[in-house]
Design a protein around this ligand. Structure first.
Ligand SMILES: Cc1cc2nc3c(=O)[nH]c(=O)nc-3n(C[C@H](O)[C@H](O)[C@H](O)COP(=O)(O)OP(=O)(O)OC[C@H]3O[C@@H](n4cnc5c(N)ncnc54)[C@H](O)[C@@H]3O)c2cc1C
Length: 386
């Protein structure tokens, strides 16, 4: 498999890299420190078509695929992860469920707005008592047949893009019944922002991703039309697992970008910073550290592109997506730690991008399936789990 980019994808890569350098880099540090959502950057990404990258043109998309999305995410995360996760969650978690499982009417209603970035969608799976064990959903949805409405009750936590001024919907999983063996039937339902009884908490105070929006959501007798069911009743959990399989490739691309950004910053700093009368980069100890960082970023890139290529080709990709997510998030944390070390005391100062990368790296081993969950998936694919 050739993992070099086609001329079109390389053009996309250069365009996004220039945007990240010229537009994101000069402003994101201040927004991050003030914990402000980057509305103007998001608007511009919408104008560039980034939110529509993997969606068909008939719904306002760019007609691309997951490789294109990964390329864009990698270049954004090379500069900043809050911006990259806003795009990742908007596309992979917000819009993709509508694209993959929506009715024609749901697609026509939501996709053009989601693809333009005018509206953000969110994905509400995690609950206070169930993250890795997402099947333990406690949120319920009861069909009120006389009024033709779902009545939703429950709480979701840590939901990205769920409380911005431009958030338009959250797709939530909820128990809609029981199977004969007593296990829950979980379905996915679209809840538009502003529906009565749907409350969005203030943003969390987070370690990193400080310019990204993350909230707790509560649903108190929230009523939405029966037609807001996304996909089949009782298939919501399986649908969300499919979304997460794909999303892992996007997170892996994002993690690769962060790992590569650490190399960029370290190379620059190692040439500039002098100690003992010469650049710190003249020391083999520093050179070797950076060489190892480059090796890890490069290998992570091969891993996510391999998983994305399989997805795009319609081949099985579950194991490769988990491998890519596990490896790239591990090396993102490694590289962020090493880049901070190379920057000495300045690496601990928030004004330096590596400090932001260090704070932003840890979540990559947790979100969209922890590293332990990736290992469980890989072991299952290897036939080690019955
Ligand atoms: C900033 C941020 C943004 C997020 N965005 C979203 C979003 O948009 N939508 C959404 O639905 N969720 C979102 N999440 C939730 C995220 O996906 C979960 O936090 C993650 O899946 C882990 O779940 P948990 O926090 O409940 O941890 P737990 O599941 O409680 O896990 C705790 C620890 O136990 C380990 N563990 C659990 N079970 C096992 C096992 N069987 N074997 C070995 N180890 C195990 C885990 O790996 C972990 O180390 C977000 C989280 C954060 C922090």
């Amino acid at each position: 498999m050739d993992h070099r980019l086609s001329p079109e994808l390389d053009e996309l890569r250069r365009t996004v890299a220039a945007f990240a350098h010229d537009v994101v880099a000069p402003t994101i540090g201040d927004l991050y420190e003030r914990h402000e959502f980057p509305y103007e950057i998001v608007r511009e990404m919408g104008r560039m078509g980034l939110f529509g990258l993997p969606f068909p043109e008939e719904y306002g998309g760019m007609g691309g695929d997951y490789l294109a999305l990964g390329v864009a995410l990698e270049e954004l995360a090379r500069v900043d992860s809050s911006v990259a996760i806003t795009l990742e969650a908007g596309v992979s978690l917000g819009a993709m469920p509508v694209h993959l499982f929506g009715t024609e009417e749901q697609k026509r209603t939501w996709l053009p707005k989601l693809c333009s970035g005018e509206v953000l969608g969110a994905f509400g799976l995690t609950e206070p008592d169930g993250g890795s064990d997402a099947g333990a959903t406690r949120t319920t949805a009861r069909l009120d047949e006389t009024r033709g409405e779902w009545v939703i009750n429950g709480t979701k936590c840590f939901i990205t893009n769920s409380g911005t001024d431009i958030t338009g919907l959250v797709t939530v999983t909820a128990v809609t019944g029981r199977k004969p063996d007593g296990s829950p039937r979980i379905s996915a339902i679209i809840v538009p922002s502003g529906t009565p009884g749907f409350t969005v908490a203030p943003p969390y105070s987070k370690v990193g991703w400080n310019a990204s929006d993350t909230r707790e959501l509560s649903f108190d007798d929230v009523r939405v039309p029966a037609a807001n069911l996304l996909g089949e009743e009782g298939r919501g959990y399986a649908q969300f697992l499919r979304i997460l399989d794909e999303g892992r490739i996007a997170i892996a691309a994002l993690a690769t970008g962060l790992a590569q950004g650490c190399v960029d910053e370290s190379v620059r700093y190692a040439k500039e910073r002098h100690a003992f009368g010469r650049p710190i980069g003249a020391n083999q100890a520093v050179q070797f550290k950076i060489a190892d960082m480059e090796m890890k970023a490069h290998t992570a890139r091969l891993a996510w592109r391999d998983a994305a290529s399989r997805l795009v080709a319609g081949e099985p990709f579950k194991k490769e997506a988990a491998l890519a997510k596990l490896y790239s998030s591990t090396v993102a944390v490694d590289n962020a730690r090493d880049a901070t070390q190379i920057h000495g005391g300045y690496g601990f100062m928030n004004e330096y991008p590596v400090a932001r990368m260090w704070r932003d790296s840890k979540i990559l081993e947790i979100g969209e399936g922890t590293s332990e969950v990736q290992r469980m998936l890989i072991a299952r694919e290897l036939g080690l789990v019955s």
